[in-house]
Design a protein around this ligand. Structure first.
Ligand code: SF4
Ligand code: FES
Length: 373
């Protein structure tokens, strides 16, 4: 889509506050093959990835728009040979730079170069608490050992570390060990993120959906660990929303706190936005990020609360959770403007619970991510 396709800003419509964060998916290439990968079924090929100059321009546009935090993600961002100049370019426009990585592909020399370029923070994914379980879920033998080595290098340099552990039926019973490992690795923060079934992960619902008993126990484990590890490890917990009463405010509300840029420069309000019908997404840097953020019909489609239908429209929680996740509403009800079916006020909630319980009792084999090479 070209710049001319954007509507001019309506004088009566105030500009939205700037996004706090931008997720830059530098590449979809990845050495791992996690079954819970949330990237789309169809990945962007290497030949279509933006080059260094284009990303540098996007970072400058993001800083001008008011973005403060840049998350460099993928795929595996270390697959980009120009990662160091990209970090330097982002720091040059005062973005806080977080690298989201599996650690596979990191060497001491590379870490030195990234640190010299100004890298602020690293978020390391954790596939399991030992080599057998981690390498099995990542589909990559030797991955766990390399990750532990990467964590030691980070600790030695004092680079702040967050661990991201995707939890599911196969590992939720090892949550205590996951928390203990985070402390041992010197992480300041642990994200305990129950698997979300977007993108490739949707093929693995019956293999990964946690049981209700597991979810309830996990909540208690997190409560106890938060109290015990106060001042040592901060724990963020994203519970299985199928077992909650109300949905999360996905992306903090559509078009309100963040944006995602895919490897070919497509700018999205959320990770899975391309699954929603009727939306067209512009590409940066050809179309400036500021114009996309303020004027793109796709960003305006579910911004605020005007688009809502019953029961959200009159609900007292509508400015707290913004009706939940548009992509989940689409996937489960076929209507992107429907109330997130996680909500107990949704007419689809009963069906969602029944499906989650069916999936949690499933015995399906893992379907490993393909197409990342
Ligand atoms: Fe949130 Fe809508 Fe449910 Fe109210 S009805 S709690 S706004 S999802
Ligand atoms: Fe798209 Fe939640 S993932 S709105």
């Amino acid at each position: 889509m070209t710049e001319t396709a954007l509507a001019p800003s309506a004088a009566s419509r105030p500009a939205p506050p700037p996004p706090l964060a931008m997720l830059a998916e530098l590449t979809h290439r990845c050495p791992l093959a996690c079954p819970y990968c949330s990237n789309p079924l169809e990945l962007t090929r290497k030949a279509a990835e933006l080059d260094t100059t284009q990303w540098t321009e996007i970072f400058a546009q993001a800083a001008e728009l008011g973005v403060l935090q840049l998350h460099l993600s993928g795929g595996e961002p270390l697959s980009r040979r120009d990662l160091e100049p990209l970090v330097r370019a982002a720091r040059a426009v005062d973005l806080y730079v977080n690298l989201i990585t599996s650690g596979i592909g990191l060497t001491e020399r590379r870490l030195d170069a990234l640190e010299a370029a100004g890298l602020d923070h690293v978020q390391l994914s954790l596939q399991g608490v030992d080599a057998d379980s981690a390498d099995e879920i990542g589909g990559y033998r030797g991955g766990f050992v390399r990750k532990m080595q990467a964590a030691r290098w980070l600790a030695a340099r004092g680079i702040p570390l967050t661990l991201n552990a995707v939890m599911h039926r196969r590992n939720l019973d090892r949550l205590e060990a996951t928390i203990a490992l985070a402390v041992e690795m010197g992480a300041r923060r642990l994200e305990v993120a129950t698997v979300q079934f977007h993108g490739w992960a949707s093929l693995n619902r019956a293999a990964l959906m946690p049981t209700r008993a597991q979810s309830e126990r996990a909540a208690a484990v997190v409560r106890e660990a938060r109290a015990r590890l106060k001042g040592v490890l901060a724990i963020d917990y994203v519970p299985a929303d199928h077992h909650a009463d109300f949905p999360k405010a996905c992306m903090g509300g559509w078009g309100s706190t963040g944006l995602n840029v895919t490897p070919d420069g497509t700018v999205l309000p959320c990770h899975a936005a391309q699954t929603l019908p009727g939306l067209r997404f512009e590409r940066a840097p050809a179309t400036p990020l500021g114009r996309i953020w303020c004027d793109s019909p796709a960003f305006q489609a579910y911004r605020g609360t005007d688009w809502m239908q019953a029961p959200c429209r009159t609900c007292e929680r509508k400015t707290k959770d913004f009706g939940g996740c548009r992509c989940q509403a689409m996937a489960m009800t076929g209507d992107p403007a429907a109330t997130d079916p996680v909500c107990i006020r949704s007419p689809h909630r009963e069906a969602l619970t029944a499906r989650a319980e069916r999936d949690a009792g499933g015995t399906a084999a893992l379907v490993y991510r393909e197409g990342c090479g």
